[in-house]
Design a protein around this ligand. Structure first.
Ligand code: FAD
Length: 459
């Protein structure tokens, strides 16, 4: 029986472990903290739980036009309790999956002794064990930029923001990426005065520019202040608050925050692994891998945040399945272009494949099909008529190359775009697929029609 070790129990590691066990391997999973990793404990799930409460709170407050008159009361302790309950249920679900799949789970820290041998430190002491294949899925940790004053007690990272006991009266968020924007959305709805400081010319730089500008306007309309092309110079003490000194075009100002949330990115968590002992190469902090996620030692794989430039849970899981299959002699498929990116703003923002900017950069001859959600019945029913669906297709064959959705349930709808790209579908194939009425999905079909210059519901 092939012996596989998996280091890390996040969405990369636990999925790899299950797939390995399904294929008949003897799998040991070593996790130093909690099963579920960043995603379940301090990432995807807790943020979305907070955002769900925040969204509901806003929806009830603004429900008068659909006939709901109520003044909701925020019980933030219960918001946090709901979040904790969801996290606990999911973590215990993963624990159950380890048992059902007969995976040996060790709560401990693994480090390399050699390319095939791990030293595992747990409450039972230190043991060395040899494996045929090792999958590293050690994830990532927040990156703390070297800003003078960043050690101020008011400064928190995303995990800190997710476990606050009270809603701060004000929060300065350093970093206008996905995590910063999502936490801004949640805490602004809960009543915090939010300022986002972003060094780049625009927030969410990897997303479609046209739709991002609408997202920005939506955030600003909610009272969130966004300073782009602005650099944080230092963080100063202001008794119970911190003052964030920022600079833009030679002018400085100090913004006060009861909390300063630092979310400028994350870095691979490889420090505890002693990779040099196994001669495993890294590049700019990430473990170097080939297309099969093999490291410089072919029996050792690295997946998810510790190896991937794009840090997302579904990427870690897809790579987990792929590597377990490859390690056991099966060929898997991993297609980068079908990776969706989701931002849980209100309304949601999701994308897959090429943006218009990337299509231009790559000199691809493309066409665009756009459909405003103001012309979609379901979106209007849901008070979500402000968004848009945008499809990028190859000009000659009309193959779908990218889909960008701003609107209600965008994060669920984007799967249609991912599937279209996976199947190399054309606009005509989206059009000839009947979409139920009234649904948001009809707007996907209409944007494909718009790409073919024959939209029905726009003049
Ligand atoms: P992780 O989930 O980080 O798991 C790695 C595990 O390895 C950890 O549990 C760690 O304790 C363990 N470990 C590390 N070193 C060792 C060692 N030496 N021995 C034993 N164990 C070790 N992604 C999405 O797709 N959608 C989202 O909505 C989303 N929201 C996010 C929100 C926030 C606030 C954050 C911070 C992240 C979010 N992400 C989201 C990113 C997502 O959480 C990560 O991409 C994902 O968790 C990566 O999975 P992983 O398995 O590679 O690593």
């Amino acid at each position: 029986m092939v012996k596989i070790a998996v280091i890390g129990g996040g969405p990369g590691g636990y999925v790899a472990a299950i797939r390995g066990a399904q294929l008949g391997a003897e799998v040991t999973l070593i996790e130093k903290d909690k099963l579920g990793g960043t995603c379940l404990n301090v990432g995807c799930i807790p943020t979305k739980a907070l955002l769900h409460s925040a969204g509901l709170y806003e929806e009830v407050k603004n429900g008068s036009n659909v006939g709901i008159m109520a003044e909701p009361k925020l019980d933030f302790k219960q918001v946090q309790a709901h979040k904790a309950e969801v996290v606990e249920r999911l973590v215990s679900g993963v624990t159950g999956l380890m048992k059902v799949n007969k995976i040996k789970y060790i709560k401990g820290t693994a480090e390399f002794e050699r390319a095939d041998t791990l030293r595992i430190r747990s409450e039972n002491g230190v043991q060395a064990a040899t494996f045929d294949k090792i999958i590293i899925a050690s994830g990532s940790v927040p990156f703390l930029p070297p800003i003078p004053g960043i050690e101020h007690p008011c400064c928190i990272d995303s995990a800190g923001a997710l476990s606050l006991e009270e809603v701060p009266s004000s929060m300065v968020i350093i970093g206008g990426g996905v995590i910063g924007i999502e936490l801004a959305t949640a805490y602004s709805a809960f009543g915090s005065k939010i300022t986002i400081v972003e060094m780049m010319p625009e927030i969410l730089p990897m997303m479609d520019g046209e739709l991002t500008r609408i997202v920005r306007k939506n955030l600003e309309r909610k009272g969130i202040k966004i300073l782009t092309a602005t650099k944080v110079v230092s963080i100063e003490d202001q008794q119970k608050c911190a003052g964030v000194r920022v600079e833009a075009q030679g002018k400085e100002e100090v913004i006060s925050g009861e909390k300063v949330l630092v979310c400028v990115g994350r870095r691979a968590d490889t420090e505890s692994l002693q990779l040099q002992k196994a001669n495993i190469k890294t590049e700019r902090g990430r473990i170097t891998v080939n297309e099969w996620m093999q490291t410089s030692q072919p029996n050792v794989y690295a997946i998810g945040d510790c190896a991937s430039p794009v840090m997302l849970a579904h990427i870690a899981s897809a790579q987990g399945e792929l590597t377990a299959e490859h390690a056991l002699g099966h060929a898997g498929v991993y297609l980068e272009q079908t990776n969706p990116s989701c931002v849980y703003t209100e309304p949601e923002f999701a994308a897959v494949g090429l943006t218009e900017e990337k299509a231009k950069e790559k000199k691809i001859d493309y066409i665009v099909g756009k459909f405003p959600l103001a012309a979609n019945g379901k979106a209007l029913i849901m008070n979500g008529g402000e968004g848009m669906i945008k499809i990028i297709a190859d000009a000659k064959y009309k193959e779908v190359l990218g889909m960008h959705i701003l609107g209600p349930r965008a994060t669920d709808l984007i799967t249609e775009g991912a599937l279209a790209i996976r199947l190399e579908a054309t606009l005509e194939e989206l059009i000839s697929t009947i979409h139920a009425h009234p649904t948001l999905g009809e707007a996907v079909r209409e944007s494909a029609l718009a790409g073919e210059k024959r939209a029905i519901h726009i003049p």
